[in-house]
Ligand binder design. Structure first.
Ligand SMILES: [Zn+2]
Length: 319
């Protein structure tokens, strides 16, 4: 049993498709938000958001990459990392390696994250995008390692870090090994902060559990898509634990924004511009992602006024 089934190149609707006799298969998708039947090309034009109710559909990592990175700027890194099976885990249905192979066939990915370097608004970034369609975007040793290496690339090449989360949390099949990724990634993020390199965390639906309890909630700026599920334990578990009903909209992006947990809710269509705007701010305030007292390896425009009033470094003296 897979959690979600998906064609290699397109998203299948979670809602039941219309009867075969009415519409050709794959052309229309019923909106989970308002129930409207949406033409595939309309959805693509709207970056898989509903033009009527603004419902944000879940999309694979590679699709989201196209919404965020400057066109043609992405170079994938660490594409061949694959999970082992040190626990020799078998769940109720199948062995972990079989489950992995199944997910790999369904998604065309090796694991639940896509990692590489790109530019966003012309600024150098190191980024990891999680893929919910690969075993619920669960974080095992590979996802943790990819995030960790993403941070190391940001440190080594003085890039901003962007992580797009889409996950149900830690991967049960890897037990404690998946939980250890929380500490590993959080420790590396502290180094990123020491080096004053910015980290934008983008939360899409859902961003929960062990991922939210580690790197996803440690962004210098945390952006969320509208109505994204953002939380640690699930609502049902919390309700059973505390024995009380939970407020309306509990754990949705709008709720956690109100509580100060995320900084801004951004429509997918504005996400690239918003990320570029924030990177521009950090770029200026760090004089081109330069180390403290050092110069930027990215030869920023010397005309660039830094936020502290000084001008940027003279590019002729940087190398
Ligand atoms: Zn809708």
């Amino acid at each position: 049993m897979s959690w979600l089934k998906r064609e290699r190149t397109a998203i299948k609707p979670r809602a039941k498709p219309a009867p075969r006799s009415e519409v050709p298969e794959g052309l229309w998708t019923k909106c989970d938000g308002c129930g409207e039947a949406l033409f595939q090309t309309v959805l693509e034009e709207n970056l898989w958001t509903c033009p009527h109710c603004s419902h944000h559909f879940r999309v694979p990592a590679r699709t989201y990459l196209g919404f965020l990175a400057d066109p043609g700027s992405f170079a994938e890194r660490f594409a061949d990392l694959e999970a082992g099976d040190p626990l020799q885990f078998r769940d109720a249905k199948m062995k972990y390696p079989d489950r992995l192979r199944h997910a790999q066939r369904e998604t065309g990915m090796k694991d639940a994250a896509l990692t590489g370097v790109a530019t966003v608004g012309g600024k150098p970034v190191s980024l990891t995008l999680m893929d919910f369609f690969f075993m619920g975007g669960s974080m095992g040793s590979v996802v943790g390692e990819k995030v960790a290496r993403s941070i190391e690339v940001a440190l080594a090449e003085r890039r901003a870090l962007i992580i797009v989360s889409a996950t149900g949390g830690a991967r049960m099949q890897e037990g404690i090994l998946s939980l250890m990724q929380m500490a590993k990634t959080a420790a590396l993020l502290a180094r990123l902060q020491d080096e004053r390199l910015p980290f934008l965390s983008i939360l899409t639906d859902p961003s929960t559990a062990g991922v939210l309890a580690s790197y996803a909630s440690l962004g210098d700026v945390i952006l969320a898509e509208p109505k994204a599920l953002v939380g640690f334990a699930g609502a049902r578990v919390i309700r059973q634990t505390i024995g009380e009903d939970l407020p309306e909209g509990f754990q949705r992006a709008e709720f956690v924004l109100e509580k100060g947990f995320v900084d801004r809710i951004v429509h997918r269509k504005q996400m690239r511009d918003e990320a570029a705007r924030l990177l521009e701010f950090f770029w200026r305030s760090t004089r081109g992602f330069a180390p403290r007292g050092g110069v930027s390896p990215h030869t920023p425009n010397p005309e660039l006024p830094a936020v502290d009033g000084r001008t940027g470094p003279d590019p002729t003296t940087t190398r």
